[in-house]
Write a protein that binds this ligand. Structure first.
Ligand code: 6GU
Length: 245
């Protein structure tokens, strides 16, 4: 998979060299190129932002550097254009299901905004040239798209063939559909069998694989009902546990 990232802060992406993703890159399973948006400025001050038309707080990223950056990446295309992802709190929710879809794409481009966002014409214009998805990683506001991009890249690249050593660990992930619905995973245990007077559930040490599978399924269902009833009903309960309303 080819991944290009356009950002004002390329240094944000140092973690891409670490751990699972670092190994995937080193093995050539994913090629990640980080580009500085200022490469595509044309004034001596390398200006990327401007005051918002219509007033309002903060600054907006001007369209010209983005247009030039996306044109430069598109010029590298030999076949289909890339899939453009634009992180923004107003985007469609990033989910495991979207991660699975994106993991099948050969080429992704992430456009990381900062400040109050990117001039809206950039996405409009890009959508005439390539598929574009605006995505949000949750209902909170980050200072820019960089950390959101790291989140999405970690979720996507661990699904690429060969990145995670044991494919079963992906099949059993939270939000994977196993027997009729997305659930969060239940608790896990390792040695010692008793720690500070707390014993590991007996069934896990029984060697009865069918009983263990049933128990894991029950635990996942119970935890999902307690913590994430929205996953079962498709909507949040009137009082979401632990959240003041
Ligand atoms: Cl994708 N970007 C920013 N800036 N803030 C966010 C977000 C993305 N998702 C949630 N908050």
């Amino acid at each position: 998979m080819q991944i290009d990232i356009i950002s004002l802060f390329p240094e944000y992406f140092a973690p891409l060299d670490v751990s699972l993703l670092g190994r995937a890159r080193a093995q050539g399973l994913a090629t990640i190129d980080v580009h500085d948006l200022r490469t595509w400025t044309s004034d001596p001050r390398r200006t990327v932002d401007g005051v918002p038309f219509g007033g309002g707080p903060g600054m907006v990223l001007r369209p010209e550097p983005w247009g030039a950056a996306l044109d430069a990446l598109l010029a590298r295309a030999t076949g289909d254009p890339p899939c453009l992802l634009v992180p923004t709190p107003s985007g469609q929710p990033f989910t495991q299901s979207l991660a699975r879809d994106l993991a099948t794409e050969p080429w992704l481009v992430f456009a990381c905004g900062r400040y109050e966002g990117i001039d809206a014409r950039v996405v409009e214009d890009a959508a005439t040239l390539m598929p574009v998805t605006e995505v949000s990683v949750g209902d909170y506001v980050l200072a820019g798209g960089e950390v959101a991009t790291l989140v999405m890249l970690e979720a996507i690249t661990r699904l690429l063939p060969g990145v995670v050593g044991n494919p079963a660990s992906i099949a059993e992930d939270s939000f994977s559909v196993g027997g009729g619905g997305a659930l969060v995973e239940g608790p896990v245990y390792t040695r010692p069998a008793v720690w500070r007077g707390r014993a590991v559930p007996e069934v896990l040490r029984s060697g009865d694989h069918a009983a263990i599978a049933r128990w894991k399924r029950e635990q996942a269902e119970r935890r999902t009902a307690e913590r994430r009833p929205d996953l079962l009903t498709g909507k949040l309960p009137p009082t979401f546990p632990g959240v003041a309303q």
